[in-house]
Write a protein that binds this ligand. Structure first.
Ligand code: T1G
Length: 719
């Protein structure tokens, strides 16, 4: 995407004219980013039209599916690594546009985002197609607008709206942009025709064009401005913000209320660069590209034929089956929902209906949208209509025998070309596939609870899963609004396999002296959405207890046992579902309350294991839990069950509440430095036991002074 080295501007920027109006078309697919050569081409074109007597006005438009989707994000690494100075060329283009003595109109379709909206705001007028979106999403990359967006947007839309858009990063639609004065017209029909007509109209009016920098009517009320800024800051702290960028964005918008535009832009630039060189931004840019890399599968051509998914079926209407059914209905795909008894079916449907009703109540959904989605769900007690399904997702109880029984049944009632997917979270996909006559159609689709909300879909390839089934699964994930990550078929796959050691260390830390609340608080402070012990209570401590018992024979010799956790389960303390686990829960509440009885159980377990308890620091808690993730992640990479370290990062950010602004566990380890991580892990091995034996890949990379990111690049064959 975008030119790596500067392509001739001629190809990136088309210059034509129509009826006395100069037309500048950007051709830098797929999103017309302001890559090297684009700003230069636009500046040159405007300058040419400026001097061309036959031209009365100029239209700037994007070729292909969109206007400008921003600065070229790939260029930021060159700035932070010192290979490139800054956004100078882009800012130069903005000055040329704004100071053009002839009206310049931005014609917006698709998206005008970040530097794209900033470019449009240096044009004198903006027209948009009804489906256009405009926004300043930079905060999602840990950045703020860096080319005048925080100074010009308040002049157009007012301080409150500008602060909301720059600190929140959410784009808005054309109608709302018109309402706030960000665009001047929303035009149906051919966008270029309308823009040229508007340009001729403006030229006919004569006089110098209106520059956004000269507007101030929406900045004149100092008290209202201050109030809007305070409100924006309060909204941010209410959301428990941990990011630098939203705070800097508000400060930059505030500067617009106090300083002339050029000084405001200088202040914006300082705040922008503070963000650009921050670890948070580097991590979030890593996440941006990693989310897009997950669909690149070595050996799977991008044009692999896909299996059309027009109808789906789900077997099992429990928590997972219900959520998966909603995910399909939300994507507009009709879905059969099968259960073994009317009661179970009714319970499942009641939960789905309740969930939709809750969304309507919160205003996230209209009643007619709810009705439409429910109408796509067809409950059934038999397999009669399963031949209509292009994909079947099995979501029954997590037991191998039951799953094999269901797949054997499905084998007889579905079409040969239908995809048979299992939502198993730990079991061997090849064993499940083996009971069918078409293992090439079998694959794991591991959703995360609640399946209609969580963005992650772990796609587990079996040894027979066909390229078409894999490619279709990756595309289907996007259709369902998910991030699909392809993983290998090892026990518990990638996410849960890593989660085991993470939770193990959390439990061991308790026996060594940490308190339940301390462990969870340390991880939440680190940025995890929830602490490991509270997650255990949410998921049900009995689930991992049953797995521990089922795989006891695989436990390495000398491996320490999680005595306290087992003791809790023996007492029936299985977490939220039994009102008590690591915490106590009052009737109908999910709020975890510390329980002194648990302290006693832990102390007894420690005594039984002969463990001398001691004071524990939050730093050690973080290192023991997060490095356990990293070490297991490294083993998974060297065993080939994950394609990239960045895939693991995407799995943890979208499935396990790992903070995106830390980039994921593997990126975080790179940030700490693999040799530091290796040193700590080697120390833990000496202090605690061989379950901490460093992964050979981690040791090798640390000794070579390399990172997981460089390992990914080497594997991808990048220089
Ligand atoms: N720069 C470089 N590459 C980009 C890019 C960008 N701005 N936007 C997209 N790509 C690549 C992407 O990596 C992928 O590549 C391909 O384009 C298709 O993207 C100075 C500081 C526009 C809504 O944050 O949100 O301007 O994987 O799969 O689903 O103030 O892309 O095919 O090789 O996402 O149709 C601000 C980021 C930048 C917008 C389209 N702009 N882009 O979604 O396609 S910072 C953004 C998006 C900035 C200024 C500041 C989405 C999209 P590949 P895609 P899509």
């Amino acid at each position: 995407m975008g030119p790596t080295s500067m392509q001739p501007t001629a190809t990136l920027v088309d210059v034509t004219s129509r009826d006395g109006v100069g037309v500048i078309t950007i051709n830098n697919p797929p999103v017309n980013a302001l890559s090297p050569g684009v700003p230069e081409g636009i500046s040159a074109a405007v300058t040419r039209f400026q001097d061309d007597k036959s031209i009365q006005a100029v239209v700037l438009i994007g070729g292909g599916k969109t206007f400008i989707a921003g600065a070229d994000i790939k260029e930021f690494e060159k700035i932070t690594s010192g290979k490139k100075r800054d956004l100078g060329v882009m800012r130069g283009m903005l000055t040329v546009l704004e100071n053009c003595p002839k009206p310049v109109i931005a014609a917006i379709h698709g998206t005008a985002l970040g530097g794209g909206l900033e470019t449009a705001m240096t044009c004198h007028y903006r027209v948009a197609a009804p489906s256009a979106q405009v926004g300043q999403p930079e905060v999602k990359l840990g950045l703020i607008p860096g080319a005048g967006g925080t100074q010009r947007l308040p002049r157009l839309a007012g301080v409150a709206k500008a602060a909301e858009m720059c600190a929140g990063g959410q784009p808005i639609g054309a109608a709302e942009a018109l309402q706030f004065g960000i665009v001047d017209r929303v035009v149906d029909g051919d966008l270029l025709d309308s823009a040229v007509a508007f340009a001729r109209e403006l030229a006919a009016r004569g006089g110098l064009p209106r520059r956004v920098r000269d507007l101030s009517d929406k900045l004149n009320d100092a008290a209202a401005n201050a109030q809007a800024i305070t409100a924006a800051r309060e909204a941010l702290s209410k959301r428990g913000n941990r990011l630098i960028a939203p705070l800097n964005a508000i400060e930059a918008v505030e500067a617009a209320t106090k300083l002339p535009l050029d000084e405001g832009c200088r202040r914006e630039r300082e705040l922008f660069e503070e963000c650009l060189f921050s670890d948070q931004s580097k991590a979030l840019i890593h996440v941006f590209f990693s989310e897009r890399a997950v669909s690149r599968i070595p050996g799977l051509p991008r044009d692999t034929p896909l299996i059309p998914i027009r109808r789906a079926a789900v077997v099992g209407a429990g928590t997972m089956g219900g959520g998966i059914t909603m995910a399909y209905a939300n994507a507009g795909i009709p879905v059969l929902l099968k259960e073994v008894s009317q009661d179970a079916l009714d319970r499942g449907l009641a939960t789905i209906t309740k969930n939709y009703a809750a969304s309507v109540k919160k205003g996230k959904l209209t009643q007619s949208q709810m009705d439409q989605r429910l109408s796509l769900i067809q409950p059934t007690l038999n397999y009669e209509r399963f031949t209509e399904a292009d994909i079947v997702v099995e979501a029954v109880f997590e037991g191998m025998d039951l799953k094999k029984k269901v797949f054997a049944e499905l084998n007889g009632v579905t079409r040969d070309d239908a995809i048979l997917a299992s939502n198993t979270s730990t079991l061997d996909i090849d064993q499940i596939a083996a009971v069918t006559s078409r293992p090439q159609q079998v694959i794991g689709h591991h959703f995360f609870s609640p399946a209609n909300v969580m963005r992650l879909l772990e796609i587990v390839r079996g040894k027979a899963s066909s390229p078409a089934v894999i490619a279709t699964s990756l595309t289907l994930a996007r259709t369902l609004g998910k991030v699909g990550v392809l993983v290998g078929n090892c026990r518990a796959f990638v996410g849960n396999r890593m989660f085991g050691p993470y939770q193990r260390e959390a439990q061991f830390l308790l026996e060594e002296g940490a308190r339940v609340e301390q462990v969870d608080a340390a991880l939440v402070e680190f940025g995890m959405a929830m602490g490991p012990l509270a997650v255990g209570d949410l998921a049900g401590l009995d689930v991992s207890w049953r797995i521990r018992k089922e795989y006891k024979h695989l436990t390495p010799p000398g491996m320490r046992e999680a005595l306290a956790a087992d003791r809790l389960c023996e007492m029936g303390r299985w977490g939220q579902k039994t009102g008590a686990g690591w915490y106590r829960y009052s009737e109908g509440s999910r709020a975890p309350a510390p329980d002194p009885e648990v302290e006693t159980i832990i102390a007894d377990a420690a005594r039984a294991a002969g463990i001398q308890r001691r004071k524990m620091t939050d730093q050690e808690i973080i290192e023991r839990t997060i490095y356990a993730l990293v070490n297991e992640g490294a083993k998974i990479l060297e065993e080939g069950f994950a394609l990239r370290a960045s895939d693991i990062d995407i799995i943890y950010i979208n499935g396990y509440g790992f903070p995106a602004y830390r980039g994921g566990p593997m990126w975080y380890a790179d940030t700490v430095g693999l040799s530091n991580v290796l040193d700590r892990i080697s120390q833990f091995e000496k202090e605690h036991g061989n379950w901490w034996s460093p992964a050979p890949l981690l040791r090798e990379l640390a000794q070579r002074g390399k990172s997981f990111a460089s390992w990914d690049q080497e594997k991808a064959g990048a220089p």
